[in-house]
Design a protein around this ligand. Sequence first.
Ligand code: ADP
Ligand code: 5GP
Length: 254
Amino acid sequence: MSSAGMSIYALAVSTPSFLSVPRNLTYPRKPTQRQQHPLKIEPKSRIEQMLTTNPIQTVQNFRPVVISGPSGTGKSTLLKRLFAEYPDKFGFSVSHTTRSPRTGEIDGRDYNFVTRESFQSLITANGFIEHAQFGSNLYGTSVAAIKSVAEQERICILDIEMEGVKQVKGREDLNARFVFLAPPSMEELERRLRGRNTETEDSLQQRLAQARNELAFSQTPGAHDKIVVNDDLEQAYGELKEFIVDGGESRWWN
Ligand code: ADP
Ligand code: 5GP
């Protein structure tokens, strides 16, 4: 990658002002002796109360993290590591999709694999927080998916593409944080996508074209709170972890 290109990705995008100002939300109280770590949860009774009254409110208090980036960059690889290291802290928002399962993917764990008809019905029923077409398939985050994470009292992680990111950014009530995972270069991205062996030539070309749009969007000021380049896996994991785990600390008790 050219040094000019690298410098763009090396720059963490500054936090947009609307994210840095506490919104009209009920945050957890200031830490007490008993409650010092940012990832520690609220007392049970309060959580239960919030879940009963407003699951979205609970999601806000656990500030969802949205990870996006071109297909093949390594989002799933890095998230798997994060979930393995923090089995109780984070919950994956299991999306709906109309695409077919890949080898090894499990319905209800990796995605809810549905027909186009049932996806459309859920749109009509206002069942999605966000949804978008990617390539020839539909993808969406259901209200039920993030509610299910909130009920486990975990921080919700969403792995979604650019149009979904824009929709979640518009939902300030979700109080989300945004991290973009960039490939070291388009050549390496193509190599990883081909190496994964999940795409036809057609869908691979669609994904590469979409990658260019995602990379252009990532350079829009304020599009993301943090950009991590996934070149060396260890380093990328360290940076991602710092943002997701420790990056929440300073804001947690705002
Ligand atoms: P995404 O979820 O973003 O579509 P994946 O996690 O499926 O991407 O990764 C795509 C491919 O790239 C996988 O085969 C994965 O093993 C590989 N990969 C991920 N990160 C790296 C890295 N830092 N260096 C080399 N290969 C990587
Ligand atoms: P894949 O088919 O490789 O699993 O995913 C293709 C793209 O769809 C990825 O960029 C992934 O982040 C995105 N995606 C997965 N789930 C959702 C979702 O619920 N909403 C949106 N908007 N994009 C999603």
